[in-house]
Write a protein that binds this ligand. Structure first.
Ligand code: GRF
Length: 233
């Protein structure tokens, strides 16, 4: 296999998506390795988890910098000094500055718990319940300067069951996120997707369901990973 791509993960909190990526990257044939985890929050529980897996980590707190630009510059330095070539945002709760985003354009991805472009921003599950949608999910997308707005790489759909509470729906989507994110990062690390303007270009992908996973029936929480697994060069 060609060299594994080095990835930096940015977190602010719990780090369950980070953990899913670390677990995936522990597989010998995974095309990426987690070079470093950076948090803007010293109390992020994800930091302990990263340490327990032997992953290098660092804290870059906003309060130690005079401007957002200086904070983002320090994050950029931390990511580069770890040798990272790709960035995966995993519950990183700050909007990154335009100049940071432009530096990493096409090499930085985020996971958002909704079927974008629906329900951007905060409390997407509450928004989904309020809208009365019957299908909800998660998206992995390239990061652009606007929040939750970049080209979509992969999505996972889950049912919204009658009577779902916000907590139940959140848990169902989170489970899907943990399946989706490693697959999307694999696609990027293998060069099977790239960002071209405001679209994702699928390179050498001959499966029309590339980047899509969906619950086969409303009774299934999640999901049939076979679609994504079938992608071939
Ligand atoms: C996830 O739902 C992610 O999609 C969103 O923030 C949450 C972070 O959770 N961006 P975790 O820190 O990965 O557990």
């Amino acid at each position: 296999m060609s060299a594994r791509k080095k990835v930096a993960i940015l977190i602010s909190g719990r780090g369950s998506n980070m953990a899913a990526l670390i677990q995936a990257a522990a597989e010998r044939d995974y095309p990426a390795e987690i070079a470093v985890v950076i948090s803007d929050n010293p109390d992020a529980t994800g930091l302990k988890l990263a340490a327990s897996k032997g992953i290098a980590s660092g804290v870059v707190e906003r309060k130690n910098f005079q401007s957002k630009a200086a904070h983002d510059e320090a994050i950029d330095q931390a990511v580069r000094s770890a040798g990272a070539e790709l960035i995966a945002l995993a519950g990183y709760m700050r909007l990154l500055s335009r100049s940071f985003v432009e530096k990493w354009q096409g090499r930085m991805i985020n996971i958002h718990p909704s079927l974008l472009p629906l329900f951007k921003g905060l409390v997407p599950h509450r928004q989904a319940l309020a809208a009365g949608v019957r299908v909800h999910g998660a998206s992995v997308h390239f990061v652009t300067p606007d929040m939750d707005d970049g080209p979509i790489i992969a999505q996972a759909a889950v049912p919204v069951l009658v009577g779902d509470s916000e907590a139940e729906l959140t848990a169902r989507v989170l489970k899907a996120e943990h399946q989706l994110y490693p697959v999307a990062l694999r696609m990027l690390a293998e060069g099977k997707v790239r960002m071209e303007g405001d679209r994702t270009q699928f390179v050498s992908v001959n499966d029309t369901s590339a980047g899509m996973i969906a619950a086969p029936s409303p009774a299934d929480d999640v999901l049939d990973l076979q679609h994504l697994a079938r992608i071939t060069p």
